[in-house]
Design a protein around this ligand. Structure first.
Ligand code: GDP
Ligand code: IMO
Ligand code: MG
Length: 436
């Protein structure tokens, strides 16, 4: 039996979708444990492209089972659209998808409040959310007025809880829309999805603990990344959940002593979509070039992603707080043409060098990234099938990153398809996930 948590180590979009899909061949269950349809996980195989927002990418591997656990926030309309999209592409979903009865639902008013709050903020305070209603739904959960799937599908209780919610939110909602219109929208959506939704709902914590007892393999797929974690990220420019590996236990109802390994996904450089600190951001032509080669456009909102150099402070911190056992590095190919590549090794703040992520907002404004420069390899990595065949300078770059972030790179990805991946022979993961 093996359980593996896959986490993003930067600001999301590290390529979790591709790597989870690749590894899911060796897993029985693939589980999402936090976030919602703010995520966009791209999987490309057999010349087909899928962008999944809620359902774990393992659903694309025949016979595997996909779980949306209690820590996820589920927009009922959005999940139904995703199910129908998969079915149109001949992916069987019935009997393979399980949705937690304890997951909270995103309702239309959460989306409206998300948009409205962002509009009210001064430019420098905007987070640049995906406007999917993620923050307001988690806020309701913590405020103990949220609606869980079990109650959403229960005719006896739903009306009453909805009315309580609408009454509590009346003051805000009435500043920009009509309560009656919202009520109608909630009921229209519910009527459209409820019958089908009920067929997927179960207690996923019980399910997953049984799966573990049966010694089957599970991959827990996080959304977002460590720097977007509400506790350890660049607060307040973060999402409203815990993408961290530790979030998996509460987000899936699986005890910490049942987690075997943590795989961190890391891009060969850094990107960020939305607002907030990004110390190694490139504002010049080179940043635009990396964005262009890497096709750095948000998978959920279509916004351009900001690009910058690899930030070893960020990844070292992520390795530490997630307990990462090994890294999968993606998008090495995007750096193929560069003559020089910089790596940020520390942040200069006043007379000190910071080796960790500061918590204070003012500190961010005054840090100066410290760089080392590595020679590029200026040749194509396309089609390379083993670590030994990589250009010497690419190997030196990878070795330097390992040294700076205190963690081995077990998987190297040099293209969007699963074939364009090297899995190291001395893969330190304690199972053979992903070996063909
Ligand atoms: P996720 O949110 O972490 O799953 O990442 P996204 O799917 O949002 O963004 C990653 C993007 O990079 C997707 O378009 C992938 O198809 C693409 N990608 C993944 N790995 C590689 C790689 O090694 N090279 C290149 N060029 N693209 C990659
Ligand atoms: P995946 O899983 C990158 C960012 C948003 C915004 C902030 C808060 O594809 O890596 P939210 O809507 O969550 O309240 O927005 O978080 N964000 C992501 N950035 N990848 C993601 O997911 C993201 N999910 C949210 O852009 O800055
Ligand atoms: Mg993404």
């Amino acid at each position: 039996m093996a359980t593996l948590v896959v986490v993003g180590t930067q600001w999301g979009d590290e390529g979790k979708g591709k790597i989870v899909h690749l590894l899911s061949k060796k897993s029985n269950y693939i589980v999402r444990y936090q976030g919602g349809n703010n995520a966009g996980h791209t999987v490309i195989f057999d010349d087909k492209k899928f962008v999944l927002h809620l359902i774990p990418s393992g659903i694309l591997e025949p016979a595997k089972k996909a779980v949306i656990a209690n820590g996820v926030v589920v927009d009922p309309s959005s999940i139904m659209e995703e199910i129908e999209f998969l079915e149109k592409k001949d992916i069987e979903v019935n009997g393979r998808l399980f949705i937690s009865d304890a997951a909270h639902v995103i309702l239309p008013y959460h989306r409206y409040i998300d948009t409205w709050i962002e509009q009210q903020k001064l430019e420098e305070h905007k987070i640049g959310t995906t406007k999917k209603g993620i923050g307001p739904t988690y806020a309701d959960k913590v405020d103990r007025i949220g609606i869980r799937i079990a109650d959403y599908i229960d005719d006896e209780i739903f009306d009453e809880i909805l009315e309580r919610n609408l009454a509590e939110k009346k003051v805000i909602l009435e500043t920009f829309c009509s309560i009656e219109d919202i009520r109608q929208e909630v009921y229209n959506d519910r009527e459209r999805v409820i019958e089908r939704l009920r067929t997927f709902v179960t207690n996923t914590s019980v399910l997953l603990n049984n799966v573990i007892n049966e010694k089957q393999n599970i991959i827990f797929e996080s959304a977002q990344g460590t720097m977007l974690d509400v506790d350890f990220g660049t607060y307040p420019f973060v999402t409203s959940s815990n993408p961290l590996s530790g979030g998996c236990c509460v987000g899936a109802g699986v005890p910490p002593n049942k987690i075997d390994s943590i795989l961190g996904i890391v891009k060969a450089y850094t990107t960020r979509v939305g607002e907030g600190p990004f110390p190694t951001e490139l504002f010049d032509e080179l940043g635009a070039q990396i964005a262009d080669i890497g096709k750095e456009v948000g998978s959920t909102t279509g916004r351009p992603r900001r690009c910058g150099w690899f930030d070893a402070v960020v990844v070292r911190y992520s390795v530490m707080v997630n307990g990462v056992n090994a890294l999968a590095l993606t998008k090495l190919d995007v750096l193929d043409s560069l003559s020089e590549i910089k790596i940020c090794t520390g942040y200069k703040y006043k007379d000190e060098i910071l080796n960790y992520i500061p918590s204070g907002r003012s500190v961010y404004k005054n840090i100066e990234p410290q760089y080392i420069t590595m020679p590029g390899w200026e040749s194509s990595t396309q089609g390379i099938g083993s670590y030994e065949e990589l250009p010497e300078n690419a190997k030196k770059y990878l070795t330097k990153l390992e040294e700076l972030v205190n963690c081995k790179i077990a998987i190297v990805s040099m293209g969007r398809s699963r074939e364009e991946t090297i899995i190291s022979d001395d893969c330190i993961l304690d199972f053979s996930f992903g070996k063909q």
